[in-house]
Every structure is written in structure tokens, then in C-alpha cells.
Design a protein around this ligand. Structure first.
Ligand SMILES: [Zn+2]
Ligand SMILES: [Zn+2]
Length: 289
């Protein structure tokens, strides 16, 4: 009964992943655990049919290469700390269970991916299309990577959607410590206002850390997210709009929830209040220097 043996092997591999979540597992280990030669196929089934967010080592290596090329050394160091190893040495036959939540619509999602992959358009368009089909749902780097035929391009396009185009594609490296490395969430199907785009990840992370990952008007953070509350995500707001010469630097940026961000753009009194809050933040930061 070969099918039963396959199922049992798959169960053993899954149990092993669940015992060691967010840990690098080698193909050799999985081969021993599964007791069969076709362990790689079982891993693929766990991902594509059962919806476990399992990334390969290649995904982390490409993420690191993109950060090294386009962001700061600090972010690369943070990635190394988060993974507990050097991502540049990771191999395609290494795996990490990035999230312990299973997505039961996985088979459907991989069909979506396949369709988008075959469609025309740029990798950036494809990545955005897929993220928009999965708003507020975590997707793995492995899924996004599938849309990009060339190495590391997916990582660059995901980052650019956020840093250049203002799409709220959150990741651990962009300042969402509650997400595991290699997991991405489009927080909301809306693009930041033109005035609030073009913030690189290193600056974004520093501003979020300075503001304790909380709206500086109401104190909302992701742990307070609940149905019915219009506050849904955090955004960075430029005090002096960069169209008017305001810079993309920490001193010109503040963390707001989406509700208070909308308010500050529509109500001059709210704008004044946020300016005063920012002055206090700057005075406090100055004291610490
Ligand atoms: Zn708020
Ligand atoms: Zn703004």
C-alpha cells in the first residue's frame, strides 16, 4: 500500500517541522525522518496542498542578497540574528517552517499563483496582483519567489512595492517583529499617499522603533487589532511633505494608525496636534543623545 506509506511519511515530516518551527532543517534530516527517498516531494505537498508556510534556504539567501545590495548592513545583521545563522550560506535543500498557522486554501492559492505566473506583465505587477488577492493574509517568500524567474528579483520587487510605491507590504525586516522572517502581509489594499512614499526600510524600522510601534496620537498597536475597530495598521507620515522639500529622514517622520493618518491629512487642527507631538518626540530623542 504505497499511498499509506506516503501519507505516514508526510505526517512524520510535518510532525518534525512542528516540533522545530522557525528552525533550519536539512534535507538529510528530513530524509531520515521520513524514511523514504522522496521526502522532497512530501515537503512540496505540505506546502502546496496542505498550506504550511515552508520556505527553502534559497528564499532566505535571496532575501539577504537583496538587503545587502539595497539596504543597510544593520538590516542584514538583524536578519542573521533572527535566523540564528548566516543566510548567505543557506542551500535549496534547507527548509524553515516560517509560521505555525496552516492555510487550508493552499491548493487554491497555488492555482492563483500558477495563473499569475503564466500571465504577462512584470514581476512587480505579478507580485502585487497576488498580494492583493490575499490582503491581510500572510504569504511566504516561497510563494512570491515562484512569480519571479530570475534570482532575487522577487525580494527587490516586494521591497520596492513598499519603499517606492507605498504599498503596505509588511514584513519582519520592515518593522513588524510579530511576523517571522520570510513571511509577508499586504496589510490593506491601499497605496500610501504620494507624499508619504519613498521611505527606505532602514529609516522605517528606526522610526517604528523610536515610536515603540504605536500610533503617536492614540497609542494603537498591532496587538490591539480587533474586528469593528477601523484602526487596522500603522503608517509613517511625513510632517513636512516631501513634495514640498520634506526629507525622508527620521526627524521628519512619525508613526500613526490609519485612522489618525487620515485625520491629519484632512483636518488642519489634527495636523497641528501631530506637529506638537513630534516636537516632544524630537526633544526626548535629543535628551538621549
Ligand atoms: Zn491612532
Ligand atoms: Zn501622511
Amino acid at each position: 500500500m504505497p499511498e499509506k506509506a506516503d501519507d505516514a511519511a508526510r505526517d512524520r515530516v510535518l510532525a518534525y517541522f512542528q516540533k522545530y518551527p522557525q528552525t533550519v532543517l536539512d534535507g538529510d534530516e528530513l530524509m531520515v525522518i521520513s524514511g523514504i527517498g522522496e521526502w522532497a516531494r512530501r515537503v512540496r505537498e505540505l506546502r502546496v496542498e496542505d498550506g504550511w508556510l515552508i520556505n527553502t534556504g534559497t528564499t532566505y539567501r535571496e532575501l539577504a542578497l537583496d538587503l545587502e545590495e539595497n539596504e543597510t548592513a544593520e538590516l542584514v545583521e538583524q536578519l542573521k540574528r533572527d535566523l540564528g545563522l548566516d543566510p548567505f550560506s543557506m542551500r535549496p535543500d534547507q527548509y524553515i517552517l516560517a509560521s505555525d498557522t496552516q492555510d487550508r486554501d493552499a491548493a487554491y492559492r497555488w492555482r492563483q499563483l500558477n495563473k499569475i505566473r503564466k500571465s504577462g506583465g512584470s514581476v512587480r505587477d505579478k507580485v502585487l496582483e497576488y498580494l492583493k488577492l490575499n490582503v491581510e493574509r500572510p504569504v511566504s517568500g516561497e510563494e512570491l519567489r515562484y512569480l519571479s524567474p530570475r534570482t532575487t528579483e522577487w525580494a527587490r520587487r516586494v521591497r520596492e512595492l513598499r519603499t517606492e510605491y507605498g504599498w503596505a507590504v509588511a514584513s519582519r525586516m520592515s518593522g513588524r517583529p510579530d511576523l517571522a522572517v520570510g513571511v509577508y502581509v499586504l496589510e490593506h489594499d491601499r497605496q500610501a499617499r504620494p507624499n508619504d512614499r519613498k521611505i527606505n526600510d532602514a529609516v522605517r524600522v528606526n522610526v517604528l522603533n523610536r515610536d515603540n510601534h504605536k500610533c503617536q496620537v492614540c497609542g494603537w498597536d498591532y496587538s490591539q487589532k480587533k474586528p469593528g475597530d477601523p484602526r487596522n495598521f500603522l503608517e509613517l507620515h511625513h510632517l513636512l511633505h516631501h513634495a514640498k522639500g520634506g526629507q525622508n529622514i527620521e526627524e521628519n517622520l512619525i508613526t500613526l494608525c490609519n485612522t489618525h493618518h487620515d485625520e491629519v491629512h484632512s483636518d488642519p487642527a489634527a495636523e497641528k496636534r501631530v506637529e506638537e507631538i513630534m516636537l516632544k518626540i524630537l526633544a526626548q530623542t535629543a535628551q538621549h543623545i
